[in-house]
Design a protein around this ligand. Structure first.
Ligand code: FES
Ligand SMILES: [Fe+2]
Length: 381
C-alpha cells in the first residue's frame, strides 16, 4: 500500500455522538491515537502515548478541560502541553528569575541546592519547554463524524459529498472495526460475484441473475454502473426492494465506497462506507446508510432502519468472517513463502474481478486499471 499517499487523507474515525466525556482510543495507519473532547466541546487527537511512562492516554480522563493520564496524573491541555505534574508544584517549577520577582514564598526555607534540583532539573523543562510533549494531529468534527489526518498543518477536510447528510433521505450511521486486508475489504464490498456464495439467499439466490455493467475511472476513483436484466432474487430484495433497476457502485480515494440502488435515475437507497486503514490487518468502517423519504411513507426512520438492521448485520457478519479467513490465509502464505507477501501479487484474477486492478492502482501504485464493459450472468444451481 502507498502509505505516504494514504497518510495525506482525512478519515472519519468516530461518530460525534460516540465521543462523550471520556477519551477514546483509535488507530490510523498503525499510529495509536486518542480522541478527546476537552471543555465538553472542542475535539482533539493526540498520539495515544503518555510521554512519562508510555501508558495510553485513552485510559485516562478529562479533568478541568485537560487530558489526565490514568497512571500518575500528568495533565495536558488542548495543544498537548504539559500543565500539571502531581507531586511537583507548578509555582516552584517556574524559572528562578520570575520566582524572585514574584517573591513567592515556596522558596523560603529551601536551600539553593534544593531549589535548583526541584526547579531546573525535574520539571522546569517540562512546564516551560516550548515543544509539545504530546504529538497532536489535525482533528475536525463535521457531518456527524470526527475526522483525523496524520499530516501536520492540514487545512480542515472537505467532506466528500456522498458522506454528508442528503436532503430527502433518512440516515443511519454506524462504525465498526474488523480484521481484514484493507484493499480486499473494499473489493469485497464492491464485488457482485461473492454475494451468490457468501450471502446466498440473502442478497442473491440460485437461478439466473443477469447484469450488464460498464466502468469508468479517473485518478481519484472509479464507478461501475450495473443494469439489472432480471430482478435481484435474494430475501432482502423480496422484502425491501421497491423496484431497483440500476446499481451504481463507486470508489473514491482513500476509502470511500458506495452502492446506490436506483429505480431508473432515482436513488432509493444508498450504502456509503468509508474504509479506514487502522493498522495492518485491521480495518475500520464508517457507514452512512441513506433511505429515501417518500411522501406517502409514514414509517419513521428509526422503524425503517430497525426492520432492516438485522439483515444488514447478518450480511456484515458473513463478510467479516470470510475477510478474517482471507487475512489468515494471506498471513500463512507469507510464512510458507518465507518472504513478505507484498513482494509479489499471488492472486489470480479474471475479468469477473471487476475492481481489483483499479483499487491496486489507487492504493498501492499498481498499473492503471482497465475499465470493463460487459454482461455478467450468475447462474448457479
Ligand atoms: S505514565 Fe502517564 S503520568 Fe505516568
Ligand atoms: Fe459481501
Amino acid at each position: 500500500m502507498n502509505l505516504k499517499k494514504l497518510k495525506t487523507a482525512w478519515y472519519p474515525l468516530c461518530r460525534s455522538k460516540d465521543l462523550g466525556k471520556h477519551p477514546k482510543p483509535s488507530k490510523l495507519l498503525g499510529e495509536p491515537l486518542v480522541l478527546v473532547r476537552l471543555d465538553n466541546k472542542s475535539v482533539h487527537c493526540f498520539r495515544d502515548v503518555c510521554p512519562h511512562r508510555l501508558i495510553p492516554l485513552s485510559l485516562g480522563r478529562v479533568v478541568n478541560g485537560r487530558l489526565q493520564c490514568g497512571y500518575h496524573g500528568w495533565e495536558f491541555d488542548g495543544e498537548g502541553r504539559l500543565q500539571n505534574v502531581p507531586g511537583i508544584s507548578k509555582r516552584i517549577s517556574e524559572p528562578v528569575s520570575e520566582q524572585k520577582q514574584q517573591q513567592q514564598d515556596q522558596y523560603q526555607g529551601l536551600s539553593e541546592d534544593v531549589r535548583q534540583n526541584t526547579c531546573q532539573k525535574s520539571c522546569q523543562n517540562l512546564y516551560n519547554d516550548p515543544k509539545q510533549p504530546l504529538v497532536k494531529y489535525p482533528c475536525h468534527e463535521q457531518a456527524g463524524w470526527i475526522w483525523v489526518n496524520l499530516t501536520q498543518n492540514k487545512p480542515p477536510p472537505t467532506i466528500p459529498q456522498r458522506f454528508q447528510p442528503q436532503t430527502g433521505f433518512d440516515i443511519l450511521m454506524t462504525f465498526r472495526t474488523f480484521e481484514a486486508d484493507f484493499i480486499h475489504a473494499i473489493e469485497n464490498f464492491l464485488d457482485p460475484v461473492h454475494t451468490l456464495f457468501i450471502h446466498r439467499g440473502l442478497i442473491r439466490n440460485v437461478g439466473v441473475q443477469h447484469l450488464k455493467y460498464r466502468q469508468s475511472h479517473d485518478e481519484h476513483g472509479f464507478t461501475t454502473h450495473y443494469t439489472m436484466v432480471n430482478k435481484q432474487n435474494g430475501l432482502i430484495n423480496k422484502l425491501f426492494d421497491p423496484g431497483v433497476t440500476v446499481n451504481i457502485a463507486r470508489f473514491q480515494f482513500p476509502g470511500l465506497a458506495s452502492i446506490a440502488y436506483c429505480k431508473g435515475e432515482t436513488v432509493l437507497f444508498e450504502v456509503v462506507l468509508f474504509f479506514i486503514p487502522m493498522d495492518k490487518g485491521e480495518v475500520g468502517m464508517a457507514t452512512n446508510i441513506y433511505i429515501a423519504k417518500h411522501n406517502k411513507d409514514k414509517l419513521p426512520a428509526w422503524l425503517k432502519f430497525g426492520v432492516m438492521r438485522p439483515f444488514i448485520e447478518l450480511v456484515f457478519y458473513q463478510d467479516k468472517k470470510i475477510l478474517a479467513t482471507q487475512l489468515s490465509a494471506k498471513n500463512s502464505a507469507n510464512t510458507l513463502a518465507g518472504k513478505p507477501f507484498a513482494d509479489k501479487n499471488p492472486y489470480q484474477s479474471t475479468s469477473a474481478d471487476l475492481v481489483i486492478d483499479h483499487l491496486v492502482y489507487l492504493l498501492a501504485d499498481g498499473a492503471e486499471g482497465v475499465d470493463k464493459v460487459g454482461d455478467m450472468v450468475l447462474d448457479v444451481d
